[in-house]
Design a protein around this ligand. Sequence first.
Ligand SMILES: Nc1ncnc2c1ncn2[C@@H]1O[C@H](COP(=O)(O)OP(=O)(O)O)[C@@H](O)[C@H]1O
Ligand SMILES: [Mg+2]
Length: 250
Amino acid sequence: MTDALYEVRNISKNYGAVTALDNVSMKVRAGEIVGLVGDNGAGKSTLVKCLSGVHQPSSGEILLDGQERHWRSPHDAIQAGIETLYQESGLAPQLSVGANVFLGREEMKPGILGKLGFLAQKSMDARAHADLERVGIAVPSSNRSIAQLSGGQRQAVAIGRAVAWASKIIILDEPTNHLGARQAGEVLHVMRAARDQGLGVIFISHTLPHVLEVTDRIVVLRLGRVVKDAPTSTFDQESLLGTITGLIAD
Ligand SMILES: Nc1ncnc2c1ncn2[C@@H]1O[C@H](COP(=O)(O)OP(=O)(O)O)[C@@H](O)[C@H]1O
Ligand SMILES: [Mg+2]
């Protein structure tokens, strides 16, 4: 029995002699934002890679909707409704906002070019605009190129794209890095919108005030192990920092 939408049970991951994850269990429910925090080297990115199908754990189980799954690649996880946004946004600067929202999944217009098709630019731009609006992102115009947008707007597009495509889980690895306060606030707003749509959200960040502000629960990793998994309301900034660094006993 589990009420988790997405869950890992006792996963470990070794890189040669290095144990990056040691018997890690965590879950995220539908309509919940879980913060994943820990010092550099704690294993956050390795866990994200296991959750998103980039890596296969050395041992342990991954369950989606209570069913054990084995991702062979990120494509498998994406097909199952799991979207991941990495620190590098993966946007194509020369393409329009609309084209970026559909990057890698372009709508092909059945047309005179037959099999090659045309990219259905207008329809992509319109749908991209609607998708971004639905998750609370106002972009001036989705036919603008990404290169014309500010850093915050670019990040908003990257997140909007992930939220628009995710049907179950969205994983955000340091999405508020290098953003100003107002832009970071917009990113937190989009995360809440995703949660309110019933997605499970996993938020990795070193910015503890953001984590405390937006999450429902916090999982703390230290040296590849979960040292704490508790409701956000049970932490303040000092106790969270102490748990991360190990200055406060588990
Ligand atoms: N590809 C890799 N090969 C070898 N060791 C790695 C690799 N990726 C990460 N590690 C090691 O695994 C541990 C966890 O790293 P990582 O998951 O990147 O932590 P975090 O994202 O929390 O900073 C670290 O000791 C790191 O050096
Ligand atoms: Mg990392």
